[in-house]
Write a protein that binds this ligand. Structure first.
Ligand SMILES: [Zn+2]
Length: 672
């Protein structure tokens, strides 16, 4: 699925909590967030965010809490108002009817609880009725149509060799733990035990005896462990060349001969095609062997587990609680379940995002925000061109190619030009599982129907209220949903020094993704094509090694270090993004468009760096830090700040930091 190959600003968790607006002041620096007792040259993150951290403990229903969470929470309150209003005015428009009914079904907790697991019983009976392995493919197609990732994934994706066209893609999948390493590492025994206990608990909730449930859980864990062993790890997956394998259908079939591909593709109702991308061929080989070696009963247990797990959060209370206990509490450290209205807002946004998004944009995204953001993007892009020109390590030939790529970058701001039409998605009163299933089937069919067609580059990969941004290497475009173009990230009348540090840094970050260790392998048109001279390639690698080593040295929680290779693209984007934004600030100060005066006692340069740091203020539970260190390509906020500023000489001059202090690296890294 192409969405997996986007570079986000931030990995979203389920987040929110009542929003307290920061007090406004003359500079836009959040003075209350500062901790003036900390020396900015010792730990800039704590200096900029210490006050905020103390004043904002993590609410019990979250595993981490930061500026992104505050804004996401604020947006959820806006969405709640929209959805409650729609639920009360169903006859006003077809959109009101659809999202109001959906949200209403979700909010009718007594009906959901009363139904228990009866809404998924027919599907479970169908799985139970499978009489031979040859019928597996048809059942798998039914599950996949609902977005359930048993065994593997089949989706559409832009063609690596011709990114304007969409092809079919199969990829690894089928794991219930957050990363393959959880199945294999010695130290994760407890996690595996808890996971097996969780699977067993879920089986008992659908009427299986405790002894049988435990046996089924054991079989599921064994099967998933086999799949995990054959999966490519997430760091390796950052290299697109390791995922690029064009094959004919016959070649794919030969990898797993006993799996009935034809029956499967028929069940998916995908358009016809002759060849496709097979992201991880070895995974498919193993999949064939696993299906051959596993008993039909165990395969059925695995399918049933995936089905229940997929719908757990939309079923009755015992399922919701069990799911929370393992995934939110044990793995992420959350203390309480989020209130139902938040879960229902998120579910409606995930299921009918463009319908909810239209209303959100009307309410929360004023017209001038779009134009103003466009202007900021243009300023940052101009600095990127100047930056590329100024590099001493890059040859003229590669620079020329880089500038062509930069010129090819397009941007999308706020919301899609054309909204998805959900008129064929049936939403009925008080049947939440049916509503969710219909929405997911609509989405998976919409995705598969793209196969063989030109890529629609106008489509947005995030819903409008999302507090995030992304770069797409296949489309060479940067995308900013309306949800992030809000205070504190974006204020129309804000001090420009703080704005360049905040939203300017975000724009620079996304733009740099086109040139990070992953993005640089794609050309201006989004094709996977090497445009680097051998010497420049070598020089680039030397420089990113510096960043990888720097971040591998950071420890977010005792006994755990960041993975500098997993986080390389994001850290590289942070480092270059801040440089581009700072260059923009300096240009503004030189030409007089930005005032040089001190505000709140801070120079524009100081306000810039504080503005940057303060978007990353956050508190995080140790469970979440441990999990994210293994799975998240982004570093935690603390290192997104301190890891960057210690590489930037202009930061040291702005705060008068001296050599030898922690925020002045003796081995400063710089790529772009
Ligand atoms: Zn990013």
């Amino acid at each position: 699925m192409w969405v997996r190959r986007l570079s986000f600003l931030f990995t979203l968790l389920l987040i929110s909590k009542l929003h307290a607006q920061s007090p406004s002041n003359s500079s836009g620096v959040d003075l209350k967030a500062l901790d003036p007792s900390v020396n900015p040259c010792q730990n800039f993150y704590l200096y900029a965010c210490g006050g905020w951290k103390t004043a904002n403990p993590i609410p019990p229903e979250y595993s981490r809490w930061g500026r992104f969470s505050e804004l996401a929470d604020h947006n959820q309150h806006v969405l709640r108002g929209i959805l409650e209003d729609s639920a009360q005015h169903l006859d006003r428009s077809s959109i009101d009817r659809k999202i109001g009914t959906f949200y209403g079904s979700c909010m009718n907790e007594p009906a959901v609880d009363k139904a228990g697991y009866t809404p998924i019983q027919p599907a479970l009976q169908q799985i139970q009725a499978i009489a031979e392995k040859s019928a597996l493919a048809a059942e798998l197609a039914r599950s996949h149509n609902q977005g359930i990732d048993s065994f593997f994934r089949f989706n559409s994706t832009p063609d690596f060799d011709n990114a304007r066209m969409t092809i079919a893609d199969v990829d690894q999948g089928g794991l219930g733990l957050p990363d393959k390493s959880y199945y294999l590492n010695e130290k994760d025994v407890e996690t595996r035990e808890k996971y097996a206990a969780h699977i067993s608990r879920m089986f008992q909730l659908i009427g299986v005896s405790p002894a049988d449930a435990a046996a089924k859980a054991k079989a599921v864990l064994a099967l998933e462990t086999s799949l995990a062993k054959a999966s490519l790890d997430r760091t390796a997956r950052r290299n697109p060349r390791l995922l690029h394998h064009r094959m004919t259908i016959a070649e794919l079939a030969a990898l797993a001969p006993s799996f009935d591909l034809k029956q499967y593709f028929n069940g998916r109702q995908s358009p016809a095609f002759d060849s496709l991308n097979v992201s991880v061929p070895d995974f498919f080989k193993t999949l064939g062997a696993v299906i051959d070696a596993t008993s039909l009963d165990d395969l059925k247990s695995y399918l049933a587990w995936n089905y229940v797990n997929h719908y757990a959060t939309e079923l009755s209370k015992p399922f919701v609680d069990a799911d929370f206990d393992f995934y939110q509490h044990f793995l992420n450290g959350a203390k309480e379940l989020q209130p139902r209205w938040k879960r229902c807002v998120q579910l409606t946004d995930r299921s009918l995002g463009d319908a909810v998004g239209q209303k959100y944009v009307e309410k929360a995204f004023p017209g001038q925000s779009k134009e103003r953001t466009r202007q900021l993007v243009a300023i940052i892009e101009k600095q990127m061109a100047a930056d590329i020109d100024s590099l001493t390590w890059m040859s003229a030939a590669t620079k020329e190619q880089a500038l062509i790529k930069l010129k090819g970058v397009t941007n999308k701001i706020g919301y899609p030009e054309k909204w998805k039409d959900y008129s064929t998605v049936s939403v009925v009163n008080d049947n939440l599982i049916a509503d969710v299933r219909n929405a997911r089937e609509f989405e998976t069919h919409r995705n598969l129907n793209k196969i063989g067609k030109p890529v629609d580059r106008a489509e947005f990969g995030m819903t409008p209220p999302t507090v995030n941004a992304y770069y797409s290497p296949f489309q060479n475009n940067i995308n900013f949903p309306a949800g992030i173009l809000q205070p504190p990230f974006y204020k129309a009348d804000a001090d420009m020094a703080v704005s360049f540090g905040g939203i300017g840094g975000v724009i620079g970050h996304e733009l740099t993704h086109g040139f990070d260790d992953q993005g640089r392998q794609f050309d201006a048109d989004g094709n996977l094509r090497d445009w680097w001279t051998a010497k420049d390639d070598e020089e680039f690698k030397k420089r990113v090694d510096c960043i990888a080593n720097e971040y591998s040295g950071f420890s977010p929680v005792e006994g755990v270090n960041l993975n500098g290779r997993l986080t390389l693209g994001e850290n590289g984007a942070d480092n270059a993004g801040i440089r581009l934004a700072f260059m923009s600030l300096m240009r503004g100060l030189e030409d007089g468009s930005i005032s040089k005066e001190k505000l709140d006692g801070f120079t524009p340069q100081q306000r810039f760096f504080i503005g940057y740091a303060q978007i990353w203020c956050q508190n995080e539970r140790p469970e979440s830090l441990k999990k994210l260190a293994r799975t998240d390509p982004h570093s935690p906020g603390e290192f997104r700040v301190d890891g960057v500023v210690q590489n930037v000489a202009e930061f040291a001059s702005a705060f008068g930091c001296m050599e030898g202090q922690p925020m002045v690296s003796a081995n400063a890294c710089r790529v772009w």
